[in-house]
Write a protein that binds this ligand. Structure first.
Ligand SMILES: [Zn+2]
Length: 290
């Protein structure tokens, strides 16, 4: 096991709710006449936010499914994937051997590499982390909670509604009785500030990791965040404001020469992927060819 630290990439931008967004809160006590299914809110301000754990979890799950579809193609670049190909179980006898989705959480299967070395050679686990049976691989990503942008916080201060109660009617299949429930959701158009921090631990891997992160974000734009996605909730779009690189020497000296600021003003995730080489050229020269 070997860990290095070369710097951090700090990616900042906005998450725009294109449709109403519902990330549920676990509530103990139901209010009479209140909303059945409220959105999660910051206990300090009472304002809705997107927990980093929900955001990161969704990115991971979408990227896991993509990876599982590319086991063959990606096996040379990410050797761990080879052992998940059908019929190539190694070591034989290991539980769920040869299965990419190998760990059951609640009612669903997820992917987790069993140890540090497998995770290091897996595009999912080295980015998102793995708590394996033998050893853990710490996530290279930190996804912060996303709070309302200043603009939307001000709208709320000015009395604008930023959440709405939407009535969803379930029909009892036997009695045909309507069973209405009120879902709270954040209104379409609302924007949250996101911040994602990536630790550069390997000079040969950071480019792939960042591209994989961007790919997961692109997949999320055509999926959904939060609940009731199949009923139209949770369509989001990412707007990139800036990407900053801080080298290890920046943390030792605070000198500007060890920092790179990449302006990405209002670029979409697909724009950033497409312009990757150009946008990251200065970071690449700071980090060396690897
Ligand atoms: Zn893995």
């Amino acid at each position: 096991m070997n860990r290095e630290f070369h710097g951090k990439l700090i990616i900042r931008g906005r998450i725009r709710a294109v449709t109403g967004l519902h990330i549920g809160a676990q509530r103990e006590v139901a209010e009479i006449g209140g909303i059945d299914n409220p959105v999660i809110k910051d206990p300090l301000t009472g304002l809705p936010y997107i927990p980093g754990s929900s955001f990161k979890g969704k990115l991971r799950s979408l990227f896991e499914v993509l990876t599982n579809s590319k086991l063959d193609e990606w096996g040379d670049k990410y050797p761990s994937l080879k052992k998940y190909l059908p019929g190539s179980c190694r070591p034989v006898g290991e539980e769920n051997c040869g299965k990419f989705f190998n760990k059951k959480i609640n009612k669903g299967w997820i992917h987790v590499c069993p140890d540090y070395d497998s995770a290091l050679n897996c595009p999912v686990c080295r980015l998102f982390g793995a708590s394996g049976k033998e050893s853990n691989f710490p996530s290279r990503l930190i996804v912060r909670d996303a709070f309302l942008t200043k603009e939307w916080e001000n709208k709320w201060r000015d009395g604008e509604d930023i959440t709405e109660a939407k009535i969803e009617v379930g029909i009892d299949r036997v009695t045909s009785q309507a069973n209405p429930r009120t879902n709270e959701r954040v209104v379409a158009g609302t924007e949250f500030d996101f911040e994602i921090i990536y630790n550069v631990e390997d000079l040969k891997q950071w480019e792939d990791d960042i591209k994989n992160l961007l790919t997961a974000m692109a997949l999320l734009e055509d999926s959904y965040l939060g609940g009731s996605g199949s009923r139209g909730y949770g369509k989001v779009r990412f707007i990139f404001d800036s990407i900053e690189f801080r080298s290890a020497d920046y943390y030792r000296t605070g000198q500007e020469e060890y920092r790179v600021s990449i302006g990405t003003e209002n670029r979409s995730v697909v724009d950033v992927l497409r312009d990757f080489k150009g946008l990251f050229s200065e970071v690449e020269s700071k980090l060396g060819a690897g």
